[in-house]
Design a protein around this ligand. Structure first.
Ligand code: 0X9
Ligand code: CA
Ligand code: ZN
Ligand code: CA
Length: 639
C-alpha cells in the first residue's frame, strides 16, 4: 500500500515535471505578447538598471528630462520590472495586434490594393517584385543573391544600370539597403518603390536615364530575411516586432542585432544574447553582415543609404564616437540639402542616438570612405508598421533624397545661374533687336566625383544665334565656376512677345543632358499708378509671410514667377534690368486680377540661415487680351 502510494506520488511528480517542461516549451515557442510601455526613470543610473532588465529599450523615443523611457515588453518582463520597483504604464497593449488591426481597418475602408502583410510585402513578395523588375527590364535590372542568411535564405539584391549583369568599375556605385531590422517594414518598401520609380522612368525621363546609364545602383531591400520571415510567421497580417536576425544561441535565446555587428570600432559590449541590441560574438559573426561586407569590398559605393524606421532622421557617421569625421562639412552639406525637402533631422548618429557601435554607416565610411547615411522613415505614430494609407506619403518624404544621392554619387552638373551681359547694343541692359549679348553660366559640380563636361548652348531659332564652340569645364567635387561666355546675336526680326528657349547641353560621363533656358524679351516700361505693377508688402525676414500684390486692370491674367539667387555684386547689375528670371524659376501665383485690379498672394519665406543676405526676384507675366506683358523685377532682399 505504502509502496503503491509512493509510486503514485512519484509517478505524479514525474508526470507533473513533464507537464511543466511541456508548458515551458510551449511558452518558449509561443512568442510572448508585447506591449508598448512607458517606464518612469529618474536618472541615468536608473536607466542603466532598466537596461539590465528590459531587452527592448527604445531610448530614442524616450525623454529622460520628462522622466520616461519607452520599452517593448511582455508580461514576464513587466512582472520583473514591478518586482524590482519600477513604475510603468502600458500605452499600447499587444502592439503587434494593434498594428495589424489598424492596418486591416485601413485596408477595408479604402479598397486599394496593397500587399498582404499589413499592406507590406512579404519576403516572397519582395523576391517576386525584384524578379518582375529584372524580367520586365532585363536591359537595366539584374537580380542576384549576395549570400545566404543564417537560416539559409537568399539575401537578394538588384543592380539597376546599363549592362546590369556586368559590374562596370568605371561607373560609380550608389548603395541602398534596408531591413537590417526585421520589424521596420517601411524601410524595405521604400526601396522597392524607389526601384520602381527608376525603372519606369528609364528612356522617359532624361535625368533618370542618365543616372541609370552612368551609375551602378545597388538595392538590397531585405538584409535580414530570417527576422522578416519570422515576423510574417508569427504575425501574417503585419505587426511583428522581431528586430534581430534569427541566430540561435546556446541558452535558447535568439538573434544578433545586425546593425551592431559591423567591424568598425566594434566592441563586445553585451554578453546577454537576449538584448535587442546584442552585437554578436565578433565583428561580422553573422552571415548577413559578412555578405554585405564582401559585396561592399567588390562594389564599393561612393555614397550609400541604409534605411530604417522610424524617427524622421537623416544621419551620418560617426555613431561610435562623439568626435566628428574629417568629412563632417561634406556630410552636413549633403544631409542639409536633403532634409530641406522633407523636414527630417540631419545630424551625426551620435548626436541623434547616442553611442551605437558596429552600425553599418560607420563601417561603410570608416572602411571605404563611402559617404554613408542612415535614414529613419516616419514618426512615432507611424511606428514600425505604418498604416497602408501612409505608405505613399512616407515614400514621398524620402524619394527626393534617394534621388539626390544617386545624382551626387558621381559627377553632377547643376546650372545655377545664367549671366547675360550686353556686348553690343543700346546699353540699357535689356535685350533688343540687332544686339549682341554674352552668356556665361555659373555651373556647380554637386557630386562627389570630378566633373569633366563639355558645355554647349544652341537655339532653335534663327532669331538668336551663336557660332561658339562647346566649352570644356573641369570641376572638383562641390566646386563651382563661371564658364567663358558664349556670344549671341539677336536678329532684327526678334519678336518681343514670345519667350525664346535656348538649349544648354551638358556632356559628361558619356551622356548628354539638355536643359532649357527660357528668356523673355521686352523693354522696360514706365509703371504708373494705373498701369500694372508688382509690389511686395511686409518685412522680408526669414520665416515670415509677405504679401505680394499685382495692380492692374480688371480681367487681366497674371502669373508671378519667383527665383532665389545669391546677390554677389557680380550678378546684380545684370539681373537688375534684365527681363528674365534665372535659376529655379517657380510659378508662385496664377490668376485673374479682381474687380479692383488687385491680385495678392501670401508668400511664406523659408526659415533657413542659408538665405541671409540673399535676394528673391519676383516678376509678373501679365496677359491683356492675348498681349503678353512682363513687369519689372521686384527685388527683395533677406536680412
Ligand atoms: O539602433 C539603430 O540601429 C538605429 N535605430 S533603429 O530604431 N532603426 O534601430 C539607429 C542607428 C544609429 N547609429 C548609426 N547610424 N550609426
Ligand atoms: Ca552599367
Ligand atoms: Zn533599425
Ligand atoms: Ca539693349
Amino acid at each position: 500500500m505504502i509502496s503503491f502510494f509512493c509510486r503514485t506520488v512519484f509517478f505524479n511528480l514525474r508526470w507533473l515535471a513533464c507537464l511543466l517542461i511541456f508548458i515551458m516549451e510551449i511558452v518558449a515557442a509561443t512568442p510572448s505578447i508585447i506591449d508598448l510601455v512607458k517606464v518612469q526613470v529618474q536618472d541615468k543610473a536608473e536607466l542603466n538598471r532598466l537596461r539590465q532588465l528590459a531587452s527592448d529599450v527604445d531610448e530614442h523615443h524616450s525623454d529622460l528630462q520628462q522622466g520616461f523611457v519607452t520599452i517593448y515588453a511582455d508580461d514576464a518582463e513587466q512582472a520583473m520590472l514591478k518586482a524590482t520597483g519600477f513604475n510603468f504604464q502600458v500605452v499600447i497593449e499587444n502592439l503587434s495586434d494593434y498594428y495589424a488591426r489598424r492596418a486591416a481597418k485601413d485596408r477595408q475602408t479604402r479598397q486599394t490594393i496593397t500587399h498582404s502583410m499589413g499592406g507590406f510585402r512579404t519576403f516572397d513578395e519582395i523576391e517576386q517584385t525584384l524578379e518582375r523588375f529584372s524580367e520586365t527590364f532585363p536591359n537595366i535590372v539584374a537580380k542576384f543573391s549576395i549570400g545566404k542568411s543564417y537560416e539559409g535564405r537568399d539575401i537578394w539584391a538588384i543592380c539597376i544600370s546599363d549592362n546590369p549583369n556586368i559590374y562596370e568599375p568605371n561607373e560609380p556605385t550608389v548603395w541602398f539597403d534596408a531591413l537590417h531590422h526585421a520589424r521596420e517594414a517601411m524601410s524595405g518598401e521604400s526601396l522597392l518603390l524607389f526601384a520602381s520609380f527608376l525603372v519606369n522612368h528609364y528612356a522617359i525621363d532624361l535625368t533618370v536615364t542618365r543616372l541609370i546609364n552612368s551609375r551602378n545602383i545597388l538595392l538590397i531591400p531585405c538584409v535580414n530575411p530570417d527576422g522578416y520571415e519570422y515576423n510574417r510567421q508569427q504575425h501574417p497580417n503585419g505587426g511583428g516586432l522581431w528586430r534581430k536576425n534569427r541566430r540561435k544561441h546556446d541558452n535558447d535565446s535568439y538573434g544578433v542585432d545586425l546593425n551592431r555587428n559591423y567591424g568598425w570600432e566594434w566592441q563586445y559590449d553585451s554578453d546577454n544574447p537576449n538584448d535587442g541590441n546584442y552585437q554578436g560574438t565578433a565583428p561580422f559573426s553573422e552571415p548577413e553582415t559578412a555578405a554585405i561586407r564582401d559585396l561592399l569590398a567588390q562594389q564599393t559605393p561612393t555614397m550609400s543609404v541604409s534605411v530604417h524606421s522610424h524617427g524622421n532622421e537623416w544621419m551620418y557617421p560617426w555613431g561610435y564616437t562623439a568626435l566628428s569625421t574629417p568629412d563632417d562639412d561634406i556630410f552636413r552639406t549633403y544631409a542639409t540639402k536633403i532634409v530641406a525637402t522633407n523636414g527630417y533631422m540631419a545630424d551625426t548618429a551620435w548626436n541623434l542616438y547616442g553611442i551605437t557601435r558596429g552600425a553599418s554607416d560607420d563601417y561603410h565610411y570608416g572602411m571605404h570612405k563611402s559617404l554613408a547615411f542612415t535614414v529613419e522613415i516616419g514618426n512615432f505614430a507611424d511606428g514600425f508598421w505604418p498604416i497602408p494609407a501612409r505608405i505613399p506619403a512616407l515614400f514621398n518624404t524620402v524619394q527626393p533624397g534617394y534621388h539626390k544621392i544617386v545624382q551626387w554619387a558621381g559627377a553632377w552638373a547643376e546650372v545655377l545661374t545664367p549671366l547675360w551681359t550686353e556686348q553690343q547694343g543700346n546699353g540699357d541692359e535689356w535685350f533688343g533687336a540687332g544686339e549682341i549679348w554674352n552668356l556665361s553660366l555659373l555651373i556647380k559640380n554637386e557630386g562627389v566625383l570630378p566633373l569633366n563636361a563639355e558645355v554647349s548652348i544652341s537655339s532653335h531659332t534663327t532669331d538668336i544665334i551663336t557660332n561658339d564652340e562647346p566649352i570644356n569645364i573641369s570641376l572638383s567635387p562641390r566646386q563651382e565656376t563661371l564658364t567663358p561666355s558664349f556670344q549671341f546675336h539677336f536678329s532684327d526680326m526678334i519678336n518681343s512677345e514670345i519667350p525664346y528657349i535656348l538649349d544648354i547641353a551638358l556632356n559628361y560621363e558619356g551622356f548628354t543632358s539638355n536643359e532649357p533656358l527660357k528668356i523673355l524679351l521686352d523693354s522696360p516700361r514706365i509703371l504708373t499708378d494705373n498701369s500694372t505693377t508688382i509690389a511686395v508688402l511686409g518685412q522680408m525676414a526669414q520665416g515670415n509671410f509677405v504679401r505680394i500684390f499685382v495692380y492692374g486692370t480688371p480681367q487681366v491674367t497674371a502669373e508671378i514667377f519667383w527665383s532665389l539667387e545669391a546677390t554677389t555684386a557680380q550678378y546684380l547689375p545684370n539681373i537688375e534690368g534684365a527681363v528674365y528670371l534665372t535659376g529655379n524659376i517657380q510659378p508662385l501665383l496664377k490668376g485673374i486680377t479682381d474687380i479692383n485690379g488687385q491680385l495678392s498672394w501670401l508668400l511664406q519665406l523659408p526659415k533657413s540661415t542659408e538665405l541671409s543676405g540673399k535676394t528673391i526676384y519676383l516678376q509678373a507675366l501679365l496677359d491683356y487680351d492675348g498681349e503678353p506683358f512682363v513687369s519689372r523685377l521686384a527685388k527683395v532682399q533677406f536680412e
